[in-house]
Design a protein around this ligand. Structure first.
Ligand code: GDD
Ligand code: GTP
Length: 503
């Protein structure tokens, strides 16, 4: 039995995704009709089904040997912010237990895992008895991809006997261009054994164009490595604690302050602490008085990290532009399972607005069943219409996301834009963003989205080409033209704007 932990972070970061994340946590932002992290859960759910279709991957009961029984969302949002989502997700995937684990505060990408290690490794019982955790996935909540979980499983378990050391972690890796690689965790991988020999998180110069894709498959023994790291950091030998130690007169350190230091939650990073150590390059632990690292070399207790390189679609969700890009790809991936994508319902005559399906579409389109789309509207390609949204007569929408309860007035045009929750666009408006400015260059092999595009042009202070975003509750009056605009929530726009942020 497998589990999956999705790292969703908390409210303290993510400025690049604003204003879209001001009223909904980024992990719950809807892309292709599903909250971002539901795509992760969906991939876990499909893993069991997919493996069952291959006889050699199934047991005698014709069920998969490896299936995800529990998904744990790990972060530091308030419980309330996720309650509705957890309820809905549990109803959508009744065979998977879905829970939220709340960190006391940001503990880093591995600190939270270590903190909840007992919960993660807790066996689960069903009608067939009690089952132990064979391995668990860890997935960055802000990664969007055609997750190759099946391939990761094959690599993780099939390599255990071929290597002399146990496999502690298999990292999903992807390839980028030389210039883009420095924005990610870079690794040097042995092409014959897939062992990660060298790992550097966001290096300042080129290391390798094989990069960490933010999805891991971990063996339970990974917690032994984390325990070593935790112990060193608690003893003041790690990166973070050194500052505290050097600022304190150690000779005067009282018993009380030692206890306080040991009780301070330790921040551990999967990338800088765990992967670097497993790749034999950790500088984090045990710097002795001569300045030499006692731990330099292979992982304490033995164990290797593998890289499963995938050429599937992969992207990060850092900016709003990335949401349009992810929307396009997730729509494509979900298409066969979405009967509504056919959009071929016959509309009853003499009704002004009709429920679902009664519209013309081009390419992939998702319309929530409760949305109302006028039969003369033309949607697509790559459009998602959220719950309760209302699309008026003669409207044209392409490459856009229209969020819950938004209204698009008659004969308006929306392109390369995101229209926020409860936003209202009047009649005969023209809302347009710059077409996919940060999209991967299709002429460059392995190019990914540009994650670091500056918001403003340094020369004239104007907004760089970006998609147009209308924040939650924005009201755009009729006959207004908005080109390349970001509008913060609850503004009313009575005239046209171009290349601006409306605060
Ligand atoms: N629970 C929890 N607690 N989650 C966290 C914390 C924390 O303290 N800090 C970050 N996260 C989550 C974020 O929400 C995100 O989903 C993920 O961990 C990674 O967060 P970042 O720290 O923002 O890293 P990054 O996205 O810039 O880079 C990471 O992902 C890249 C691939 O997308 C690294 O793993 C890179 O090596 C990797 O290439
Ligand atoms: P920036 O450079 O500011 O974008 O930060 P970052 O790249 O370090 O943050 P990242 O995008 O990795 O986001 C970290 C976590 O914070 C994500 O998992 C999100 O869940 C969360 N987050 C991001 N933006 C917001 C926001 O505006 N509101 C809330 N509540 N959470 C957010």
């Amino acid at each position: 039995m497998l589990k999956a932990v999705i790292l969703i972070g908390g409210p303290s970061k993510g400025t690049r995704f604003r204003p879209l994340s001001l009223d909904v946590p980024k992990p719950l932002f809807p892309v292709a009709g599903l909250p971002v992290v539901q795509h992760h859960i969906d991939a876990c759910y499909k893993l069991g089904q997919k493996r069952c279709s291959v006889p050699e991957k199934c047991d005698s009961n014709n069920s998969s040997k490896y299936y995800v029984a529990e998904v744990l969302l790990l972060g530091y949002y308030g419980d309330d912010e996720l309650a509705d989502f957890l309820l809905a997700a549990t109803q959508s995937y009744p065979s998977i237990r879905i829970r939220y684990l709340r960190e006391p505060h940001a503990l880093g990408t591995a600190g939270g895992l270590y903190h909840f290690r007992d919960t993660i490794l807790a066996p689960l019982s069903d009608e067939n008895g009690i089952e132990d955790v064979q391995a668990f996935f860890v997935m960055n909540g802000d990664v969007c991809a055609d997750f190759p979980l099946d391939e990761m499983l094959d690599m993780h378990f099939n390599n255990q006997c071929q290597l002399n050391q146990p496999v502690l972690i298999t990292v999903m890796a992807t390839e980028t261009t030389r210039q883009q690689s420095v924005h990610y965790g870079c690794m040097v991988v042995n092409k014959n054994t897939n062992v990660i020999q060298h790992y550097v998180e966001k290096p300042s110069t080129f290391v390798s164009n094989t990069v960490n894709g933010g999805v891991y498959l971990c063996s339970p023994q990974i917690f032994d490595t984390m325990a070593d790291i935790h112990l060193e950091m608690s003893n003041g030998n790690g990166n973070q604690q050194q500052t505290i130690i050097s600022n304190t007169e150690i000779s005067q350190e009282t018993q009380k302050s030692v206890e306080e230091r040991l009780a301070t939650p330790v921040v551990i990073w999967m990338e800088q602490d765990v992967l670097r150590r497993l790749a034999g390059e950790s500088k984090s632990g045990c710097i002795n008085s001569n300045g030499n690292s006692k731990l330099k070399g292979k992982a304490v207790g033995g164990g290797v990290a593998l890289a499963a390189v995938t050429h599937n679609w992969w992207s990060q969700l850092k900016t709003a532009g990335a949401a349009i890009y992810a929307n396009r790809h997730y729509l494509m991936l979900r298409a066969p399972r979405q009967p509504i994508l056919d959009g071929e319902l016959i509309c009853p005559p003499n009704e002004r607005l009709h429920v679902k399906g009664c519209y013309s579409k081009i390419g992939f389109v998702y319309v929530h069943p409760s949305a109302k789309v006028h039969p003369t509207a033309l949607l697509g390609p790559n459009v998602s219409i959220g719950e309760g949204a209302c699309i008026g007569q003669g409207v044209r929408i392409k490459e856009s996301i229209i969020l819950q309860d938004a209204i698009i007035g008659q004969h308006s045009l929306v392109m390369h834009s995101i229209v926020g929750r409860k936003a209202k666009v009047g009649a005969w408006c023209h809302i347009e963003g710059s077409a996919a400015c940060s999209d991967p260059n299709p002429n460059v092999a392995n190019a990914k989205m540009t994650p670091q595009l500056p918001l403003f042009n340094a020369l004239d202070g104007r907004l760089n080409p970006s998609i147009t975003i209308l924040g939650c509750g924005v009201n755009v009056e009729s006959e207004v033209v908005l080109l390349n605009i970001i509008v913060l929530p609850y503004k009313t726009l009575t005239r046209s704007f171009k290349n601006e942020i409306i605060l």
